[in-house]
Design a protein around this ligand. Structure first.
Ligand SMILES: [Zn+2]
Length: 337
């Protein structure tokens, strides 16, 4: 099965987060046919990470995720591109990594492992589970794949997801002095957040804040008794100072609820590759036991998660070459920390 056929075959199996079982089985069967030893690591009742090896203790691993965002979009193609869900995020990457590993194997290099994870797009539960695996400690380099336009990402911003909640007192809207508006309080807090200068880091760049959701109130003629806003902050520093700043903005006007957080991470730089910092988060912060992380993949994050997701066929081919080159250099000690 060639690279494009493998990409399309993987894309044909729907695997929205929470529904990765079938694609895991498909990959296990495919890799076993090629002669890999495959373990399905259970993450939940119907979600398994796929772990494939050729020897007992691979030093270099390729990894990415099995899940996609909804909705499923079946693959189509023309001469230059493959379109559909997972084209670049991340089934084209899975196909490139398998093809690269097979090419290395043809050269007699079997010091390679494959780690394909569930739940990257939601909770990183697959990565967290994989981090407990015994093979992690033997891994020296983890080449993770996400759409980086084939540049080597040397840093990725963190993501801090939180809610700001306010409470008031319901009253008839004609008698506002009898109540206290939770929405007015929330608006004031959010305005203060918008006027706050968050840190800028020389390496990672700007901290950005997105107020993604606002909910609150009960009816047009009732002073709203509760309100909340959901925020996603792209971190360039550790979470702690940002959380402290938010708490001092909110004061007694409301409360902050932490939903999740991944800290920003620096990854291995290697000479001869185009390098950049990416703004999105990956599974890498949760794979701390898996050696030194690197991040590179075909396709653009700007089309991932959209209805127009695609990947250039030429980029898939180039990704295979880059993965092969990276793995060879990492195994030969040719990378620079
Ligand atoms: Zn992805």
């Amino acid at each position: 099965m060639d690279l494009f056929e493998l990409t399309r075959s993987l894309m044909c199996v729907p695997s929205t987060s929470g529904d990765e079982e079938a694609v895991g089985f498909w990959l296990r069967d495919h890799l076993e046919t090629l002669g890999w030893v495959v373990e399905l690591q259970s993450v939940s009742e119907n979600q398994n990470n796929v772990i494939a090896t050729l020897n007992d203790t691979p030093r270099v691993w390729f990894s990415t995720h099995l899940d996609t965002v909804p909705p499923f979009i079946s693959p189509t193609e023309d001469d230059g591109k493959i379109y559909g869900r997972g084209a670049c995020d991340a089934k084209g990457i899975i196909a490139s990594q398998i093809t690269a590993a097979e090419r290395l194997r043809m050269e007699g290099i079997e010091d390679i492992g494959l780690l394909f994870l569930v739940e990257e797009e939601r909770t990183s539960a697959g990565a967290k589970k994989a981090n407990e695996h015994a093979l992690a400690k033997k891994c020296e380099y983890m080449v993770n794949g996400e759409p980086t336009d084939l540049d080597l990402a040397i840093g990725s911003k963190g993501t801090f997801r939180l809610k700001i909640k306010t409470r008031g007192k319901a009253a008839h809207s004609a008698y506002p002095e009898e109540g206290e508006s939770a929405i007015e309080k929330l608006i004031e807090i959010l305005d203060d957040v918008r006027n706050t200068k968050f840190p800028e880091d020389d390496f990672f760049g700007e901290t950005t804040v997105n107020v993604g959701t606002i909910e609150g109130g009960v009816a047009l003629n009732v002073i709203p008794p509760q309100a909340e806003a959901g925020l996603a902050i792209r971190l360039t520093t550790r979470r702690e100072p940002i959380q402290k700043a938010l708490e001092s903005i909110i004061r007694e006007r409301g409360e902050l609820e932490v939903l999740s957080c991944s800290e920003p991470v620096k990854m291995l730089a290697v000479d001869g590759f185009e390098q950049k910092v990416v703004r999105f988060t990956t599974d890498i912060p949760y794979l701390t036991n898996w050696g030194q992380p690197l991040l590179l993949g075909p396709g653009s994050i700007l089309v991932a998660h959209t209805k127009d997701e695609y990947v250039l066929k030429a980029d898939l081919e180039r990704a295979v070459e880059l993965y092969v080159d990276l793995a060879r250099r990492l195994l030969n000690g040719g990378a620079r920390p």
